[in-house]
Design a protein around this ligand. Structure first.
Ligand code: MSP
Length: 533
């Protein structure tokens, strides 16, 4: 039986509406989507959240330049992000916008609570400010950065403000203790160590309001102060679940999804997610998220992507990849070749093409295609009637029988998906295809089939191959939902909807492909021309 429908949730950052969607946004959201789909297929009750971050000085400025209101700009660009989610086949359960009333009213409630508890106070502050990031940096950090923004390279400026502050300094030792007790709180480990190291340097209180712009949520009781965009934005994770009103309808329906298993983010916004946000949650006595996963960056042909260099992998570029290779090939590349660890990953058309050809055309598609063709040719397109569970497997694979191998692999793949080891999950799933290829190469069923006396043996071999292809397609569904559904349909096998009730362990069980099942020819990925460069 599949496990109980444990509620779990995952979040992406909410994206700034003053930017156009690009590979970075697509990447984080796709990773979350793969995780969410894998958990749903495993019988879990999943809530996958994404959305847009719509307040702040930058949006106000862009809107002014275009001669429209900030709300009009936010509406337009938020819609663009929403469309992108659909285009990428992303299965998010909600899309939150920080200009929505449901968010604004709850942010005010949270801030009010922090005012009452004394965690937010009115004070004066002077410090080093990164204008592009709308962020203060500590004196030590400013010195380390040579007084320049690590993102834009522009000089940090000395700024002074009368503002409301959050007493981050009061949470320093609590945070240190929390980190020490939860070494998995920030992943990968390199990022954990980075934050843990910075915590030792001590913490300064952080401003939670601004007075230099007006496009934002007004501070309760002091509307000339606008809630700082980062504080406003972080709350989205809680407002989407209605947590500011614990007895309200939203919290009653969605409260079960807190705390999230993963806040998935890019490395540049780790501090806010791993330090500021947890401290605010401590102050509000809300349980901690289980893990902040900070991936690294896609770079383009060895260089940081930037508008001035014109090397951004933007939406039109991504759409050209969809047209040539298909959406699932794009998802495969994102999941298996992306900067999920502490290293940046280079996006190059040549590498994309090589991975597509080697792993999807020559491995996955070729195996599904030659197995189905041989079944068509030798068994009139019907799953052969043969005992396969006890069939010995090649010594190179390192398991006793095929059924033992695929059972262990399926369990390993599910564990890795759940643990956000997505590239490893993909590789383990593909190992079933590699084992099938090895069997075909070692036994050469196409040669054996020339002598009718060998047909029982050929039936056993192809029975194994078909079952292997089917199981691999089940395990790869979260990454390539369309192509794997196509393969499963060709192999007369259960679809995603059926699996959601039976769970992956059941769907991937050896021997579900009954003798006589119609197997039609399929070729999920076709060879395409190499890129010109
Ligand atoms: N609005 C804030 C986040 C608030 S979350 C409470 C923000 N928005 S953003 O539009 O700039 O999106 C940043 C996120 O986009 C990164 O954290 C990362 O998830 C993704 N990426 C942006 N550029 C990227 C790459 N070049 N490579 C990979 N992902 C990157 O920051």
């Amino acid at each position: 039986m599949p496990q109980a429908r444990t509620p779990v949730s995952i979040t992406t950052p909410i994206y700034y509406v003053n930017d156009r969607p690009h590979i970075g946004h697509a990447y984080t959201t796709t990773l979350c989507d793969v995780w969410a789909r894998a958990q749903r297929l495993d019988g879990r009750d999943v809530f996958f959240l994404t959305g847009t971050d719509e307040h702040g000085a930058k949006v106000e400025k862009s809107a002014r330049e275009r001669g429209i209101t900030p709300q009009a700009l936010a509406d337009e660009n938020s819609e663009e992000f929403r469309k992108v989610m659909a285009l990428f086949g992303l299965s998010n359960d909600d899309f939150i916008r920080t200009t929505e009333a449901r968010h604004e009213s709850q942010v005010k409630l949270f801030v009010q609570r922090l005012l009452v508890s004394g965690d937010i106070y009115l004070g004066e502050f002077e410090g080093w400010y990164d204008e592009g990031q709308e962020e203060y940096v500590t004196d030590t950090r400013a010195k380390e950065l040579d007084y320049k923004s690590p993102i834009s390279g522009k000089p940090l400026v000395r700024a002074k403000e009368h503002n409301y502050y959050f007493k981050l300094s009061a949470y320093a030792s609590k945070l240190e203790a929390f980190f020490d007790a939860h070494p998995e709180f920030v992943r990968p480990l390199g990022r954990f160590n980075e934050v843990r190291g910075r915590l030792r340097e001590g913490l300064q209180d952080v401003p939670v309001t601004r007075t230099n712009f007006s496009w934002g949520i007004g501070m309760p009781g002091a509307p000339e102060h606008v809630i700082y965009v980062w504080i406003d934005a972080l709350f989205n994770y809680a407002t989407a679940l209605g947590l500011a009103e614990p007895s309200g309808a939203v919290a009653r329906a969605r409260g079960k999804y807190w705390p999230p298993e993963y806040h998935v983010i890019g490395k540049e916004i780790l501090w806010f997610h791993a330090v500021v946000w947890p401290a605010m949650l401590m102050a509000l006595e809300i349980p901690m998220p289980k893990c902040v996963y900070a991936h690294s960056f896609w770079i383009s042909n060895g260089q940081k992507m930037s508008k001035s260099l014109g090397n951004f992998i933007d939406l039109p570029t991504i759409e050209a990849y969809f047209a040539k290779y298909g959406l699932d090939a794009w998802r495969w590349y994102m999941t298996t070749q992306g900067p999920i660890g502490t290293q940046d990953a280079d996006f190059s058309p040549k590498h994309f093409h090589e991975i597509y050809t080697a792993q999807l055309v020559n491995t996955f598609a070729n195996c599904a295609s030659r197995t189905s063709s041989m079944i068509e040719k030798y068994f009139a397109g019907a799953m052969p009637d043969a005992e396969t569970a006890s069939m010995p497997i090649s010594a190179a694979v390192g398991a006793s029988t095929w059924s033992a191998f695929t059972e262990a692999t399926a369990a390993d793949v599910q564990k890795r998906y759940a643990n956000f080891e997505l590239a490893e999950a993909a590789d383990a799933a593909l190992s079933v295809i590699r084992a099938v290829d090895l069997l075909i190469n070692e036994t050469q069923p196409f040669k054996l089939a020339k002598d009718p006396a060998n047909l029982p043996q050929v039936a056993r071999i192809l029975g194994v191959c078909a079952e292997g292809v089917r199981i691999a397609a089940v395990l790869l569904l979260p990454i390539m939902p369309t192509k794997c559904s196509e393969v499963l349909a060709a192999y007369g096998s259960p679809m995603e909807s059926e699996m959601a009730t039976g769970g992956v362990a059941e769907a991937a069980r050896w021997g579900r492909l009954a003798a006589g099942t119609r197997i039609s020819k399929c070729a999920p990925f076709m060879r395409v021309d190499a890129p010109a460069v």
